[in-house]
Design a protein around this ligand. Structure first.
Ligand SMILES: [Zn+2]
Length: 172
């Protein structure tokens, strides 16, 4: 929830800045409102992509540094490293989401839920441009995620087939 609030405030400060009109290869059937907002949503996504890439590079550089040999400092460094690892995991997740959203812009499927196919409300896209799931599917995903965490991972799960986020549209 905190992450979403953070994104919201980031999105708000950004949407004021980004207003470049450049209607390019947009072949989505979604509403005109979304089409007219795509350039600025794309600009925001690209900005966030850059931000997350830099953040990740910084964190990875830190994690490569030597751990000092005296035990007091060692403990502190290891504790910090744990925090960095959490931040890096968050950055990686965000990058994956952002890339997926950008790919869907290219294939003209941005704004459609990648799970159920329903249109995602523009207000949600404006707030969190990397969203590729409608709220209902997000909640279902979160619940499934929590359950998966609670349970031990079962062997031979069969959720592999539809791993390609882009789908058939890519192989023209
Ligand atoms: Zn959905």
């Amino acid at each position: 929830m905190l992450a979403i609030l953070e994104e919201l405030s980031m999105a708000r400060s950004r949407s004021a800045a980004a207003h470049g009109p450049e209607p390019d290869e947009v072949q989505t059937q979604a509403g005109d409102a979304l089409v007219s907002r795509l350039p600025s949503l794309r600009a925001t996504l690209e900005e966030q992509h850059l931000f997350r890439s830099e953040q990740l590079a910084r964190l990875e550089a830190c994690s490569r540094q030597q751990v000092p040999s005296d035990s007091g400092a060692q403990e502190a460094v290891l504790a910090l490293r744990e925090v960095d690892e959490l931040l890096a995991a968050g950055a990686r997740r965000a990058l994956t989401d952002i890339e997926l959203a950008l790919v869907r812009m290219h294939t003209g499927r941005y704004g459609d839920c990648r799970s159920c196919g329903n249109a995602i409300p523009l207000t949600l896209l404006e707030a969190i441009p990397k969203t590729t799931l409608c709220l209902a599917c997000q909640h279902r995903d979160e619940r499934a995620g929590h359950q998966a965490l609670r349970r031990k991972p079962t062997t031979g799960r069969r959720r592999r087939q539809s791993n390609d986020p882009v789908g058939p549209a890519r192989q023209r």
